[in-house]
Design a protein around this ligand. Sequence first.
Ligand code: IPD
Ligand code: CA
Ligand code: CA
Length: 266
Amino acid sequence: MARSALLNVMVQAALKAGKSLTRDFGEVQNLQVSLKGPGDYVSQADRRSEKVVREELLKARPTYGFLGEESEEIKGTDGSHRWIVDPLDGTTNFLHGIPVFATSIALERNGEIVAGVIYNPASDELFTSEKGGGAFVNDRRLRVSARKHLSDSVIGCGVPHLGQSMHGRFLVQLRHVMGEVAGMRSFGAASLDLAYVAAGRLDGYWEEGLSPWDIAAGIILIREAGGFISDLTAGTDMFGSGTVATGNEHIHKALLDVANRPVPKQ
Ligand code: IPD
Ligand code: CA
Ligand code: CA
């Protein structure tokens, strides 16, 4: 599997952030039992990871823009390229000592995502993808699942947390979807949910209330693995709407239909 120079830069940044997160995750597991808990420590781990990624990426391409979750956006003098980064996706898992978290790095060119890397250091799974070059986990090529029916499918979703406004709508979607599928999963890291769809582990996934850094790298991974991904209206405004629905051609369509069913009459 040949990687471009740019993808190599992204991989190196993700691996370096992974080292930093692995050290901090060990400490979080110790702090789990302390009265104060690991909350403050996790915020620092998050910022440390972003600093590592930002430094690596901007060292390699100083003119590119940088949109990261934990710092002010850097516009960059090159108006056509932007890095989109979540230094720690799955913060709640990380905080609770659950080894399902990742660093997510995407490269946007003229408004289109052209490369993506998602790295979970706890499982040492490195998901990579470039436009036209396929999608991989470590050295293995990825393909979305081939299932045609929701009734055979395992579907992932995000569960809105305290303070988010869409609890009612989510419960309606969940009620509709879980009535049609073989199983539901919620792993708590949107980037990995998307990577798992690309890998055919999940047959489909939907979520609302997302930010560009949660999904940017996953978008290209899914497309390069032969999958379909859209916002919840079947349009392309995933960043603007903060919504995604994805799967293979059949499951993507079926999931959109079911998740958008109206609220049932009592
Ligand atoms: C969150 C995770 C989670 C999703 C949330 C995201 P964070 O990102 O991806 O799975 O349900 O909407 O905000 O806060 O862990 O980077
Ligand atoms: Ca995130
Ligand atoms: Ca984050």
